[in-house]
Design a protein around this ligand. Structure first.
Ligand code: NAI
Ligand code: 15L
Length: 275
């Protein structure tokens, strides 16, 4: 596949969309923007809901690839998750199939596997605990996580049935800085997010690949090798924030589910907010 240049960015008004609008053009992309909310400072952005099939079809027409970030990004009611994340992602894939788009990069989440126990101490490496592989079974921790597991299965289906490629990126926490001790393990710096999406958009022969999305954190919990196989080379490490966050919050307590399981504050009923 030739390197994609024109990319539809859904969710362009959101936190991650805003960061990618700033960072992805330097990797050589012309972005077409879509969100149900107006995108500040972007009068040409498409304002459309993922429920609007005709708008989606027009939005994907002629693009080389889609970076699909739009959707509800926290726990919500099943009805809302169903409409935005499950039906909405289906609508996008159908539009892409109908218009012959070759690749989607899908913003999955660690919450698709949120009930997976985290490694109990430290980082991986030769003598460290085993890192969580991408092949671990889905264990969603919320309706939100369930929708991400669905999205990964939808992507596999569209690859097997229609030859539409996807890289599903199980993003950890992508914010300017980590804000919790848990995030020290799963933080994806904005710069590394742009590097990872760039690799996912351009790598050859991905079929449907699942990768974890984080920086090269000292306290890493999961295996980044499938992301590295795409050409991703993370440059950041959350450890520079560790002393302050541990002093404020203490180390994680393995006897508390929200500290012992990958999904952290999403695993409790109700989830712990703010996280
Ligand atoms: P966000 O909530 O800041 O942005 C989501 C955007 O999607 C919003 O601008 C919203 O208006 C738009 N949107 C929601 N429903 C829509 C619909 N039906 N039609 C059109 N647009 C709609 O979320 P954030 O943090 O930017 O995350 C982006 C994506 O990455 C989400 O899919 C989220 O689940 C995923 N993700 C983000 C992580 C993070 O740390 N930021 C971690 C793991 C996954
Ligand atoms: C997610 O999937 C959320 O979209 C994001 O807001 C963070 O909460 C992140 O997971 C996390 O696990 O920290």
């Amino acid at each position: 596949m030739p390197a994609p240049r024109t990319v539809l960015l859904t969710g362009a008004a959101g936190g991650l969309g805003t960061l990618m609008r700033e960072l992805l053009p330097a990797h050589g992309y012309a972005l077409r923007l879509l969100d149900m909310a107006p995108v500040p400072g972007e009068p040409d952005a498409i304002t459309a809901d993922l429920a609007d099939k005709e708008a989606l079809r027009a939005a994907v027409r002629g693009v080389d690839a889609v970076l699909h970030l739009a959707g509800i990004s926290l726990e919500s009611s099943f009805d809302k998750i169903l409409r935005a994340n499950i039906e909405g992602t289906y609508n996008l894939y159908e539009a892409a199939r109908e218009e012959g788009v070759r690749r989607i990069v899908f913003a999955s989440s660690n919450h698709a596997v949120g009930f997976t126990p985290r490694p109990l101490s430290g980082a991986g490496g030769a003598d460290g605990p085993a890192l969580i592989p991408v092949t671990t079974a889905h264990r969603p921790d919320t309706f939100y996580g369930l929708s991400k597991a669905f999205g990964e299965d939808l992507a596999q289906f569209y690859w097997d049935k229609h030859g539409l490629e996807t890289v599903s990126v199980r993003i950890g926490s992508c914010f300017a800085e980590p804000t919790s001790v848990r995030m020290l393990s799963i933080w994806l710096s904005p710069g590394d997010a742009a590097r990872l999406f760039h690799a996912a958009l351009g790598a050859e022969g991905v079929g449907h690949s699942v990768v974890y999305g984080s920086s090269a954190n000292t306290r890493l919990w999961w295996d980044l090798s499938s992301a590295r196989a795409l050409g991703y080379e993370p440059e950041d490490d959350s450890e520079q924030y560790a002393a302050r966050l541990v002093a404020e919050q203490g180390e994680l307590d393995p006897d508390r589910p929200e500290h012992a399981l990958l999904g952290g504050p999403f695993v409790t009923d109700p989830p712990i907010w703010p996280h």
